[in-house]
Design a binder for this molecule. Structure first.
Ligand SMILES: C[S@@+](CC[C@H](N)C(=O)[O-])C[C@H]1O[C@@H](n2cnc3c(N)ncnc32)[C@H](O)[C@@H]1O
Length: 201
C-alpha cells in the first residue's frame, strides 16, 4: 500500500519540472509557505480542475500538512519541502503557472533582516518567468509595514499590476476564504489580515 507521504511529498529532480508530477495535466497553482496545511488541504477540494503544489521549507510543517491531506480527497495536491527563493524558476516550465498563493509570509520586521523577505525584485522576476500572462499572485499578511513593502515591490516591477483599486484590502479576495492557523492566531492579538492581489501582465 502506498504511504501518504510517498504520494504527496515530491523531491524536485534536476532537469525535470514539477509541472509533470501529476498524472493528469491541469492548470498549476502554487502555494508558498503552506504552514499547517489549512489552505493546501481545503482550497483544492473545491478547485478539482486545477493541480496544486504546496511549497514549504520546514519538515515539521510538511508533517502538519500531511495530517490534513488524504489520497481520496486531495488527489490534485502535492507538497515540496524546499526553501523558496529566486531559484523557483528552475522548478517550473516557463510561462506555466496559473496562480500563486502566499498566506502570511514571514515579515522579518527588523530593518537589518529585510533582505530575508521573500518578496524582493529577484524573486518577483523569477516568478514572472514561470507565470502565465494574466496569472495572479494572492498574498495576505497581518503586518501593515510588510503589506506596504509588498505593494511597493510589485508595483515597482514591470511584470505586475494590482487587480484591486486599493492594492491593500482588509477583506478576503478569493472566491473561497480559508482562514489559516496563522491568520487566526494573529487575529486573537488584534492583528488583522491585509489582502493583496496582483496580476502578471
Ligand atoms: C508565518 S507562517 C504562515 C503559514 C501559513 N501560510 C499560515 O498562514 O498559517 C510562514 C510559513 O512559511 C514557511 N516559509 C517561510 N519562508 C519560506 C520560504 N522561503 N520557502 C518555503 N517556506 C517558507 C515557514 O516554514 C512557515 O510554515
Amino acid at each position: 500500500m502506498i504511504e501518504d507521504r510517498d504520494y504527496f511529498v515530491v523531491d524536485p529532480i534536476e532537469g525535470c519540472y514539477l509541472n509533470d508530477i501529476f498524472d493528469e495535466a491541469k492548470p498549476i497553482y502554487v502555494e508558498i509557505g503552506s504552514g499547517k496545511g489549512e489552505f493546501i488541504s481545503r482550497y483544492p477540494q473545491s478547485h478539482t480542475n486545477w493541480n496544486f503544489i504546496g511549497m514549504e521549507m520546514s519538515e515539521k510543517r510538511i508533517r502538519n500538512c500531511l495530517k490534513k491531506l488524504s489520497v481520496e480527497q486531495n488527489p490534485n495536491v502535492r507538497l515540496v519541502r524546499k526553501f523558496v527563493d529566486a531559484s523557483i524558476k528552475n522548478l517550473f516550465r516557463p510561462q506555466s503557472v496559473s496562480g500563486v498563493y502566499i498566506q502570511h509570509p514571514d515579515p522579518w520586521p527588523k530593518r537589518r533582516h529585510h533582505r530575508r523577505r521573500l518578496i524582493q525584485q529577484d524573486f518577483l522576476n523569477s516568478l514572472a518567468e514561470i507565470m502565465l500572462s494574466d496569472a495572479t499572485v494572492q498574498i495576505s499578511t497581518d503586518h501593515a509595514e510588510y503589506a506596504a513593502w509588498i505593494v511597493e515591490e510589485f508595483l515597482n516591477n514591470p511584470h505586475y499590476l494590482s487587480i484591486q483599486d486599493d492594492p491593500i484590502q482588509m477583506q478576503p479576495n478569493l472566491d473561497e476564504h480559508i482562514s489559516t492557523w496563522f491568520e487566526l492566531e494573529q487575529k486573537k492579538s488584534g492583528h488583522m489580515p491585509h489582502f493583496m492581489l496582483f496580476k502578471r501582465i
